[in-house]
Structure formats: C-alpha cells, structure tokens
Design a protein. Structure first.
Length: 255
C-alpha cells in the first residue's frame, strides 16, 4: 500500500511539472530569426514626412523578433507573476488573443526584463532599425509599401476595417518573414529615443537611436490610423509615460 501511495505522489509531481512547463512555454512569444543585412531605411517620396528622411543605408546584425505583438494573455501572465496591476481595459474589453494595449514604454521594457530573467535569454524591445528591416521582410523583401503587401487590406487592421478596435493578432496575412501585424493593429514601442532629424545623423552600422531624449519611438501605425499613416516607414515619438488603446509592442531578442 505504501509503495502505491509513493508511486501516486510521484505521478502527481510528474504531471504537475509537465503542466507547469507547458503553461510556462505558452507564455513565451514565438520568435523568428531575422538574418542580418543592409537596407535603405526611410522614405524619400514627396508625401513622406520630414522625420522619414533622408533615405540612408543601414546594416543590422542577426536578431530574433516576435512573430506577433505581445498578447493580452501573455501580458496577464507577466502581471500575475510579478503582482503587477493589469492596465485599464480598452473600451472593447480584454480578449486574450488581442494585442495588449494601454501600456507605456516602461511597461513594455519591464515585460522584456521579466522575460529575460525568466528564460536567461536576451529579450528586449527592438531597435527602430531592426523593426523596419523586419517589417520590410529582411533579405526576403519584396519592397512593398506595407509589411508584406502593396494592398493594406491583405495584411493590416486600420481605420477602414478594424471596427474601431484592436483585432486578434495573426488574423491577417504575414509578411515575407512570417511576421504578423507589422502594419496596423497597434503602434509598437521601440527601444530608441526619438529625434525628428535623427536620420540625418544616424550611423550606418546597427544604429541604436539617440543617446537621450524625451520621446520614445513607435512604429507600425494602428487600427485608428488611415492607410497612409500605416506605411512601413512612418515613425512617431511619444512620451514613455503615455499609454492608449492603440499602443502595444512586440519583443526582440539578441542572438
């Protein structure tokens, strides 16, 4: 009888370990390797904003970037583990498959730090240059206006089709690298400080953005923006303490 009890206890511990491991793995963003390379960053067209100019050559090394924007479910796991308060819900409420919104730059950075500590891997926010290279499709780029297509409705949630709210991640088509929602859905925080004229002084090799500033870079456009403000090269800056129902993020990771 004692032997059976011991076996039963061991089985309980074993299955608990398996279920915990599976749960922990489900919390982790799915990462895609982006092979480094050179590209022409920015937009020199007449309709582009000044902060998208000039077009300049940039080279980035290999890095990983998340296949999807960080979801509500993934961010909830972070809040539960760290006893952090979940942000105020957007007007449409929380849906585990939606991108997390109403997060500041500091919230996004804290999530990356938690993932790094939890896994021992170098999770962080992407640099602006990494973000644009990935959005363009890296070395597989087809040089389209939007991330994966010349037709925005194929790949993005924006003001004309999003019903005035964020939509489940990965529910449109991916770009050339298999990455989703790099056009539209939510603005994504990058690691860089934002300067209006940074492109006039950006180094070619693996630019990290200005050394200091007041605003942080956001990329991708969102569900609230019209099609032209969702092009790959659009860049804006916001205070790192700002949050809104169209602010989210995705994570990157060094090799």
């Amino acid at each position: 009888m004692k032997r059976n009890i011991l076996i039963g206890k061991h089985l309980i511990v074993f299955f608990y370990f398996l279920s915990f491991h599976a749960f922990a793995q489900s919390d982790l963003p799915e990462m895609v390797l982006v092979e480094g390379g050179s590209f022409m960053m920015g937009n020199g067209s007449k309709t582009a904003e000044d902060e998208e100019k000039p077009v300049h050559k940039v080279t980035v090394g290999n890095f990983h970037i998340a296949k999807h924007e960080v979801t509500v479910a993934q961010y909830k796991a972070f809040c539960t583990a760290t006893k952090r308060q979940l942000p105020a819900p957007p007007k449409w409420g929380w849906n585990d498959k939606h991108p997390i919104v109403n997060v500041t730059w500091a919230d996004a950075d804290a999530y990356c730090a938690w993932l790094a500590k939890k896994t021992g891997k170098k999770y962080r926010l992407p640099t602006e240059a990494e973000w644009e290279f990935a959005a363009r499709g890296g070395k597989k780029t087809k040089n389209t206006k939007y991330a994966g297509s010349a037709k925005i409705d194929d790949i993005a949630w924006y003001d004309k089709n999003a019903s005035q709210q964020a939509q489940p991640v990965g529910s449109k088509s991916p770009n050339e690298l298999g990455l989703y929602d790099l056009t539209g859905n939510v603005w994504e925080w990058c690691n860089d400080w934002f300067l209006h004229d940074y492109y006039t002084k950006s180094p070619e090799a693996n630019p990290q953005g200005p050394s200091k500033g007041n605003l942080r870079v956001q990329r991708s456009g969102s569900w609230i923006n019209y099609f032209e403000d969702n092009r790959i090269t659009v860049r804006i800056g916001n205070l790192p303490t700002e949050k809104d129902g169209f602010f989210g993020f995705r994570v990157a990771m060094g090799e």
